[in-house]
Design a protein around this ligand. Structure first.
Ligand code: 2ND
Ligand code: ZN
Length: 369
């Protein structure tokens, strides 16, 4: 008998997250503790963990990416020391493992964590050590998780080449890829072409936040000018698709793909979709109206992600549960989405295959037969 799909059972299913920001996943109590240790607590909107958690969710839900991003001022402020970064990274690994995540790629922008005097390398070292600590703590509880780090450069700044070089320097110590993030409108990915060309010459992997707050030109530049391996969000690829009818069935059968959408699907370019975050920033009007429903049915390589667990008050279990509810997904859909994500990871092919065969497939088989 297949297990019923509910939050308890989904939590036990092996899950993969490719798009999760370290500075968007802090525990509210940790923000308060770290803020006290650096005399920042009087600048927090609340020093009650429950209230602070609510404040993040509400403030991030204005429908604007720019306002959503303003909430990161507080999390970044308490991540300026070795201790802060270590604790946040360790707890991140433990929280994900506790949620049943078996493989995670966690991104953060080292250039935002040097205001307290750390060098870029010291910040990366503290974070990698924190992840290792959290992975070990999870393993002592019988939870197995692997974490890869993505070094993010901020798209409004001008340090992307330097951050790309930092990422490559750490490629054998846990940094598996590169990304650009931040406000999208007005900051096209081609501003950072030099960094992307360098990464390609180094045979390194990168993803680009594109098609979230800006449309098709951003996606087109990310793929055709910059050579992105994956798209962060990519929801607006839906603008290059026409379909008619009211039901999902009718839209699937009438769908016509434009050239860019066709290319993204033909090339199996992974879309790192983050349903709750997309609703908060206005990239989607609701979970039920999220383009992932149609794109999954049209066999785009879609993956499900959390983006910022703190700002969305979410987990991988919750995101999967929301989609299962509105699109009537079964265990086989959740397995398909998870295998898609694992195939799209930036670790070597044989490592990806090992996780699919030793953890993901047996995990879903146990739940679905
Ligand atoms: O969804 C996002 N779009 C663009 N930028 C984002 C998103 N979520 C987080 N960021 C930014 C804010 C963080 O400070 C930065 C690095 O993790 O990345
Ligand atoms: Zn993001």
């Amino acid at each position: 008998m297949p297990a019923e799909l509910n939050p308890t059972t989904i939590r036990t299913a092996p899950k993969v997250v490719l798009h999760d920001h370290l500075d968007g996943g802090l525990r509210p109590q940790t923000i308060i503790d770290l803020a006290r240790s650096i005399d920042y607590d009087d600048q927090l909107p609340s020093t009650d963990a429950e209230e602070l958690g609510q404040w993040f969710i509400e403030s991030a839900s204005s429908g604007s990416l720019v306002r959503y991003l303003e909430t990161f001022d507080h999390t970044v402020a308490v991540m300026q020391t070795r201790e802060g970064l270590h604790r946040v990274a360790s707890e991140c690994a433990q929280d994900l493992a506790d949620d049943g995540v078996v493989y995670a790629e966690i991104r953060w922008a080292p250039e935002q964590h040097v205001a307290g005097g750390l060098s870029l390398s010291e910040a990366v070292d503290a974070t990698l050590e924190g992840f290792a600590h959290g992975v070990q703590a999870a393993s002592e509880k019988g939870q197995q998780i692997r974490i890869g780090t993505l070094a993010t450069a901020m798209r409004h700044a001008a340090r992307s080449r330097e951050i790309a070089e930092l990422a490559v320097a750490y490629r054998d110590r846990g940094v598996v890829g590169f990304d650009i993030a931040g406000a999208e409108a007005g900051f096209p990915p081609t501003r950072h072409l030099d960094a992307f060309e360098y990464l390609r010459r180094e045979n390194f992997h990168f993803t680009i936040h594109a098609g979230e707050a800006f449309g098709l030109p951003s996606i087109w530049e990310a793929i055709q000018w910059c050579g992105a391996d994956r798209l962060g969000h990519g929801v607006r690829i839906i603008d290059d698709l026409s379909s008619s009818g009211g039901t999902l069935e009718e839209r699937v059968s009438s769908a016509q793909l434009g050239r860019l959408a066709q290319y993204v699907r033909d090339k199996r370019i992974p879309l790192e979709m983050c349903p709750s975050s997309n609703v908060q920033t206005g990239a989607a009007t609701s979970i039920a109206a999220h383009p992932i429903g149609l794109l999954r049915r049209l066999h785009f390589r879609v993956t499900v992600n959390t983006d910022n667990r703190l700002m969305s008050g979410t987990t991988m279990t919750r995101e999967m549960g929301l989609l299962a509810e509105v699109f009537d997904y079964s265990w086989s859909d959740l397995q398909w989405l998870t295998v898609n994500a694992m195939k799209s990871a930036f670790i070597p092919f044989d490592d990806r295959l090992a996780i699919i065969n030793s953890q993901i497939k047996p995990g879903y088989t146990a739940l679905s037969v």
